[in-house]
Ligand binder design. Sequence first.
Ligand code: MLT
Length: 403
Amino acid sequence: MEADAPVELLVYPDDCDAYGHLNQAGFLRLFERARWSLLARGPGMDLFERHGVWPAVRKATVEFLRQVFPGDVLRFELEVAGWGDTSFTLRQRARKVGDDGLVAESEMVFVTIGRDGRPMPVPADVARFFGVRASRSAGATRQYTLRGLTVTADVTGDGPVLLLVHGFPLDRSMWRRVSSGLTGWRRIAPDLRGLGLSEAPASGYAMAEYADDLVALLDSVRVESVVLCGFSMGGYVAFELLRRHPERVRALVLVNTRATPDDAAGREKRNATIARIRRDGPGFLAEDMLPRLLAPASLATMPDVVRETRAMMGVHTATGLVGALEAMRDRQSAVPLLPTITVPTLVVHGSDDQLIPLAEARAMAGAIPGAQFAVIPGAGHLAPLEQPVNSGRVIREFLDALG
Ligand code: MLT
């Protein structure tokens, strides 16, 4: 049997609790069995033993989304979410066969340890096996060496390329919910240098550097031009990319972003945040920013989004965060660029964005010849996370019309 064929497993009564629902232990067992089944079909269940290492789980999160009962058949998908010298992260999804509904999602960090319990390098065979899977699967997290730096990107689907650029202090995973509805496009969502899983150099943070990294990424995947979609700080990067490399952009999507630069008060605030990160570390950022990033209603009623955003904010190094703050502080105005934009453009904005007023986004759209403007009702600054369905729908309609 092919290693790539999806693993399907039947839920037995002994996987379930007294009320017939698949219980936590049952879920973990099935996720684990799906992983071993995949190995059995590929390089063999003894792959790790052959190399004298064992994949020890260091961290596991499981999100339960729907009930499951004895007799249900679940289909398991697996993708690589991260790769290191002695560790790797696997993401698994379980869907109900029949209606294809997502019932649970797990993310597990494994450390390869030797017999003495010490971390050992991940064997090349293991990397090869998952690498092969990653390149054949619907989506994968990949690493690229660009301009001397290791840059991580999620690459999903086939078709014309949509390059998704995240905001601050977020990473590529902010696009996952929206991206899943944009089939028919090859979605490339990188972590900007210094953020997420991309390398954080000691210096070299500016909008021009981020933009040139993205162009190096396009060169490395041999893509000439893309639909460029930037969220907030990602929008600032998108303006810079358009300024420096207009021939690489065939259409533009600007999500909850602005063309104006920081004013004096804004620059002062960036400097204060930089000083605090240097003094106290970045731990305060999430609590400081969340109430302004999310609409009050989202903050009160969307615990998953709050949790996910907080987790996203917690992965960065102080160096990368400071670099991004300096780059935003020093960015040029994109206002003079707006009337010169000739590619099809969509501006998307949350109705309740507390960081960038809706009126400013409307004016920005008005200054770009022929730009479309879409408001996402009920969304704050993080429209793609708070309202992924609506945000995805307007982007999808724009993409569909590009042909
Ligand atoms: C973002 O969401 O990317 C940033 O908060 C934007 C900014 O601070 O200007």
